[in-house]
Every structure is written in structure tokens, then in C-alpha cells.
Design a protein around this ligand. Sequence first.
Ligand code: ATP
Length: 245
Amino acid sequence: MIEVRDLRVSYGGRTAARVPELDVRAGECVAIVGESGSGKSTTLLSLLGLAEGAHVSGEVRVCGVDVLRAPERRLRELRGARVALVMQAPQAALSPTTRLGVLMRRALRLHGVDAPDRVARDAMAAVMLDPELLRRYPHEISGGQAQRFAIALAIALGAGVVLADEPTSALDVTVQAEVMGVLRRLREERDLALLLVSHDLALVSTIADRVLVMKDGEVVETGPAAEVLARPSHPYTRELLEALP
Ligand SMILES: Nc1ncnc2c1ncn2[C@@H]1O[C@H](COP(=O)(O)OP(=O)(O)OP(=O)(O)O)[C@@H](O)[C@H]1O
């Protein structure tokens, strides 16, 4: 679902991220871990052609789309329906004067989904949200609910890939666990490909199959999550692990 080779992203001649290889297949979860400024978000945004003002080179294929060469129309299709982007402050991305249900039905109609009301309700149930929330405005729901709504919208549209940027950093621990639980279950039930970006190696190790550790824009270590956790080979990974509470 995601295939990256020799990705290099730079801002004004300065390299922000370099990823030689990254693959995420259906039903798989890969995490990019690293401290602030290490290049995680830049990498994630580049996968949808959203790294604004950046120079991006290499090969990026997402759901079969050649992202660095595709016309804007193909990219919009990819972003709209096939890939879900779950960000830190999801409410900010929702129109404040549109009820969640209206927003979801509009998106479903736009993408030609049959029986939008039923699909909307089923998607809400799949992320463990009360369908009654569809009557609310974005500011009337919590951060965790907004993230789950973003995931619900994606699965209602039939997205096969979820890109999540620090999906739970603004949330308390119980809500974090809920959102991760939802992602874990959906990945199994719907064979979703999941790419998570986080500074929290502990959180990521509960869900990821593989991890990439980034520092100063470079991938310093990569491998199966369990192996990297048990036997980190790079001093920076050991530092990240030692920083855990
Ligand atoms: N729009 C931009 N213009 C110029 N430089 C940028 C831009 N976006 C990011 N950078 C730089 O690219 C580097 C990587 O940033 P990035 O946001 O990818 O890191 P990150 O690991 O996701 O950090 P965080 O966890 O804080 O989000 C940083 O040095 C950052 O300052």
C-alpha cells in the first residue's frame, strides 16, 4: 500500500528527511519514531504530496499512485477517499459551522457511497462513538472523539491506509489507549495499512510490526518492533528507550 525508495525532502537546500526504504503492506503497522524535529511529519506529509514549500525527490507509491509525479486530481482522490490522515488537532481541520453528520454524509455522497446514513452509523460504531454525536458541531466533541471521527470518516469512505501523526499526543492516557485500541482492531478487521508517527516508543511498541527510528532527518535504525525494543543497535534508540518512564 505504501512503497518509498530514496525519499529526500529538503527545505531551502537543507535536508529535513531522508528515507532510503519504507514499505507498509495491507494489515501491517509501521511506526516512525524520533524526537521533535527529526523529520517524522515531513516524511508523512510527503507521502500525500503535502509537504508545502519542500523539494521532494525519490519514489513514493501510495495505493498504486506515483505521488511525486501524479497530477493534482489523482492526489486529491488519494487524500480524499483512499488514505486517511489523522492529525494532532483534528478539530481544526473540520468546518466549525457544519455538524459532523452533515460533513460525513456530504463526503460519502461526493464519493458515491450507497446508503450514506447506514454507512455513517456503522462507521461511528466501528470506532466506538455514539452515532448521536453526528448531530454535534466539531467544537462540541473532545480531542479523542475528533480523532476517532477522523478515522470513522476514513473507513466509511473505504480508505485502506491510515497515516497518523502523533495520533494521541494531545490526549490523556486512557483516551490514548482507546484510540490505539480502535486502530489496532480496525487494522485486523479491515486489513488497514497503518503508518504511525510518534516520539513515544512505548506506545508504538504496543501496535507496530516494524519501526524506523529517525534522528536529524536520517533513519538511524529500522527493524521488527520487538527486536528494536529488545536489542536497540543505535545509541540514539537506546537513549529513546532510557527516556521512557
Ligand atoms: N515548512 C517548513 N519549512 C522549513 N523547514 C521545515 C518546515 N517543516 C519542517 N521543517 C524542518 O524540517 C525538520 C523536520 O521537521 P518535522 O516536522 O518533520 O519533524 P518531526 O520529527 O515531525 O517533529 P515534531 O515531532 O516536532 O512534529 C526540522 O528541522 C524542521 O524545522
